[in-house]
Write a protein that binds this ligand. Structure first.
Ligand code: GLC
Length: 541
């Protein structure tokens, strides 16, 4: 459907974690053949674009975010030719492709890193990374005490590389690139062209705020000023993205740059978005907001205001491959999200969480901007919290010494069919079990079950996405807040449509004459004028 806005302004983007989406060859690991077989499912869901988390050759030290070759597909997932065919097939079905580009680091077996390890200190090969002598007697201590987001330190001794240490903000298998090296810059601009030339319509930029480091390598002080952190959100990082935007803008079709930028400071975050940088950044503030009216309203309002100022639409998101699934988060006492709070054994009411996640999906889809759906959200999947420890692969688990369960719980293979082994994850007779075990009760959430249930989460998503396209495709990106009493979040779009979310403790009764177009309530209330707690509705005028 044509619209007055560029394609990405209101696009619904479906995030595919390829290892866990669908398995096309029966080995228990998702792959591109699986995705291709399921493209009709995605088309029928009603999404406009697919975002693939890294599908490149990788030793999988961090779920593919350790890339050996950005220009080729991991053999466990398929081939470059299959990716090219997939991009075309998806486009023929009306879905664009967005890829993940990982500029902060490469894999430990990337040819550049192997060459750097083999080269002497001070060599051009080492200049592409952050090799430094250690401190203290015999250089036995790392150059800084920086703490990794994965837990632990950020430096490791170069394997067989003499006395030097190398920097890895994430896992040791992810050596950080030195973005002061012109070869690094040229390489990534070329990678962007490589994929844009193959019909890719956008790029999600991984860990976008941490590329530049203070070359004097100071410790992180107690009172870091904006732009003064040794490796986060340094001012010099923007030059990189300004040149990426020039690459994107050199194509006829508008190529989207969407940044993964985790920053609390809205003004600093806003600096990444604009006509010469990213088109948009993820709205993590809303995702992390607890289930609480004032906090949620403030997060939405804040995101809207920031983007309005920038003339760019927000990119709403409720979850992704890093974050505890919404059906679990919203069913806990603490309904917000922070990586630091990830823990084992938190009491959860998944049924409640699922109702709220359905309601939040309607809120997100009614807001102006694009929205991102992480695979499985449309099935109401919860975080799998009882995976055996010996199957966990996420470095966050290992690097926290097992104190954090890490992120595998939101990466469990999807259930497609209730009554077959592996819940139909393998589309051919499986020779192996899914790479992470699925909960037995996910049979009830399988696609083939949900598509026959009138109130299933899958049906809700399908209806909502269809309606959203019709209603908001031409609407101005404005929201008018409405006062509907305590515990009620309500807003109007200028197509006359309203969204009402009941976050209070009791039923909310709609005024006479209200017409409910869609409700997140999974129990089909007999009186549709009553909005029960933890549900949302869309209303026609
Ligand atoms: C991003 C990715 C995450 C990855 C990290 C390091 O945050 O979303 O999965 O572990 O970057 O690349």
């Amino acid at each position: 459907m044509s619209s007055a806005f560029p394609w990405w302004h209101q696009a619904v983007v479906y995030q595919i974690y390829p290892k866990s989406f669908a398995d096309g060859d029966g080995d228990g690991m998702g792959d591109l053949a699986g995705v291709r077989a399921c493209l009709p499912y995605l088309r029928d869901l009603g999404v406009d674009a697919l975002w693939f988390t890294p599908w490149y050759i990788s030793p999988q030290a961090d779920g593919g975010y350790d890339v050996t070759d950005h220009r080729d597909i991991d053999s466990a997932l398929g081939t470059l030719q299959e990716a090219e065919e997939l991009i075309v097939e998806a486009r023929d079905m009306g879905m664009r492709t967005i890829i993940d580009v990982v500029p902060n680091h490469v894999a430990a077996d990337h040819p550049w890193f192997t060459a750097a390890v083999a080269a002497p200190p001070g060599s051009p090969e080492r200049h592409r990374f952050w090799f430094r002598d250690g401190v203290g007697p015999d250089g036995a201590s790392p150059p800084t005490e920086w703490v990794s987001p994965f837990g632990g330190g950020t430096w490791s001794r170069a394997p067989g590389g003499g006395d030097q240490w190398y920097l890895h903000l994430f896992a040791p298998g992810q050596p950080d690139l030195n973005w002061n090296d012109p070869e690094v810059r040229a390489e990534y601009e070329d990678i962007l062209r490589f994929w844009f030339d193959r019909g890719v319509a956008g790029v999600r930029i991984d860990s976008a705020a941490v590329l530049m480091k203070d070359p004097t390598l100071p410790e992180v002080g107690d009172n870091v000023t904006a732009g003064g952190h040794p490796f986060e959100d340094r001012d010099e990082v923007h030059e990189i993205y300004r040149s990426w935007r020039k690459v994107a803008d050199s194509y006829e079709e508008e190529k989207l740059l969407v940044g993964e930028v985790w920053l609390d400071d809205r003004d600093r975050l806003a600096r990444y978005v604009g006509p010469d940088e990213f088109h948009t950044v993820f709205g993590f503030e809303v995702m992390a907001s607890p289930w609480q009216l004032t906090r949620l309203c403030a997060a939405i309002e804040d995101t809207l205001r920031t983007h309005e100022r920038l003339g760019a639409p927000p990119a709403w998101v409720l979850g992704n491959h890093d974050v505890t699934r919404p059906a679990t988060r919203y069913g806990r006492r603490d309904t917000g999200f922070s990586f630091a709070d990830k823990a084992w054994g938190i009491e959860t009411d998944v049924q409640l969480g699922r109702e709220r996640a359905r309601a939040m999906a309607l809120v997100m889809m009614a807001l102006p901007g694009s929205c991102y759906i992480y695979q499985g959200e449309e099935l109401g999947l919860e975080e799998v919290e009882d995976l055996p420890r010996d199957v966990l692969q996420d470095p966050m688990f290992a690097r926290s010494d097992g104190t954090s369960p890490g992120r595998d719980g939101c990466r469990v293979p999807l259930p497609w069919q209730a009554d077959v082994p592996g819940l139909g994850f393998s589309i051919v007779p499986p020779t192996a079990a899914p790479w992470l075990p699925q909960p037995v009760h996910w049979a009830a959430l399988a696609v083939d079950v949900q598509q026959h249930q009138p109130c299933s989460t899958l049906k809700l998503y399908r209806r909502a996405l269809r309606l959203r396209r019709r209603l908001f495709g031409h609407a101005e990106p404005r929201v008018e807040w409405m006062d509907r009493g305590p515990g009620i979040l309500a807003f109007r779009r200028d197509s006359g449509f309203r969204c009402v979310l009941n976050m209070g403790g009791g039923d909310h009764v709609l005024p006479a004459g209200s017409q409910v177009a869609l409700s997140s309530d999974s129990t089909m209330p007999h009186d549709e004028r009553i909005i029960r707690p933890d549900t949302a509705v869309w209303l026609r005028t």
